[in-house]
Design a protein around this ligand. Structure first.
Ligand SMILES: [Fe+2]
Length: 248
């Protein structure tokens, strides 16, 4: 069994369609979503509808989702992110906001074919609601002190990174494939579908092969130009469009 883990879609429908098509072509039918479904780009309704129609094993709230449904304030948002967040909130129906507000900050997932368990959280496990960033082994170590499962998937930084913790140390960095050592713990950031920031503008997501205990990072080409035009046409900040082209 293989599942797809998607994060930080950020209302980018072109990127989401490309990723879902790529996953379906591999026979994937089950998904996990790490939050920030909305914010920054121009298709919040459509992305919410696509995600809600997936066969989801789990989904958690991101900081942009929390603001879009009124569960948290704009504290910590830079001016253009705040403008995009306010636009997003104005676009969402009460039902959409209620659904976003119902999401939890973290979720433990158990799959029994074979027995597999992992945790999902948008930002970090030490304080999920504080939206802390995990960019290095020290920050990974802090989060993994609160990780009871052998594996945890995170998003939020929009940069794919994998960390491995043994009894002696935590190591990690950029990755293509992660193969599990059953005695170690893993913290995997699956990158961003809709707004990559690792200088690669292609959409990012991972697949998790439960039978072979491996995680694979995928980068998917999508129609960036259409997504950019929609951002401008919606009156969203121009920087939201520009950064899609540079992957930053
Ligand atoms: Fe995000």
């Amino acid at each position: 069994m293989k599942i797809a883990v998607i994060a930080d879609i950020h209302a980018n429908l072109e990127a989401l369609h490309a990723v879902l098509g790529h996953a379906r072509a591999q026979g994937i039918t089950k998904y996990v979503c790490l939050g920030d479904i909305v914010g920054y780009n121009a298709n919040p309704h459509e992305c919410l509808e696509e995600v809600r129609n997936l066969d989801l094993l789990g989904v958690v709230m991101g900081n942009h989702d929390a603001v879009a449904c009124g569960r948290q304030s704009l504290v910590g948002f830079n001016p253009y992110a705040a403008r995009a967040a306010e636009w997003t909130r104005s676009q969402l129906s009460d039902a959409e906001q209620t659904w976003l507000a119902s999401l939890s900050f973290k979720q433990d997932i158990f799959i029994d074919s074979p027995i597999t368990r992992f945790t999902i959280v948008h930002a970090s496990l030490n304080r999920p609601e504080a939206w802390e960033y995990v960019f290095d082994t020290h920050e990974a170590d802090v989060s993994m002190q609160f990780q009871w499962m052998p594996l945890c998937f995170i998003g939020h930084t929009h940069s794919p990174l994998a960390f491995e913790r043994s009894l002696l140390e935590t190591v990690g960095g950029v990755f293509n494939t992660v193969r599990f050592n059953p005695d170690h713990k893993y913290l995997v950031n699956c990158g961003s579908v809709g707004q990559p920031r690792d200088r690669d503008p292609r959409a990012a997501y991972v697949t998790y092969d439960l039978d072979h205990a491996t995680i694979q990072l995928h980068r998917v080409v999508y129609d960036i130009s259409t997504a950019q035009k929609k951002v401008i046409a919606a009156g969203l900040p121009e920087y939201c469009a520009i950064r899609l082209g540079t992957g930053r």
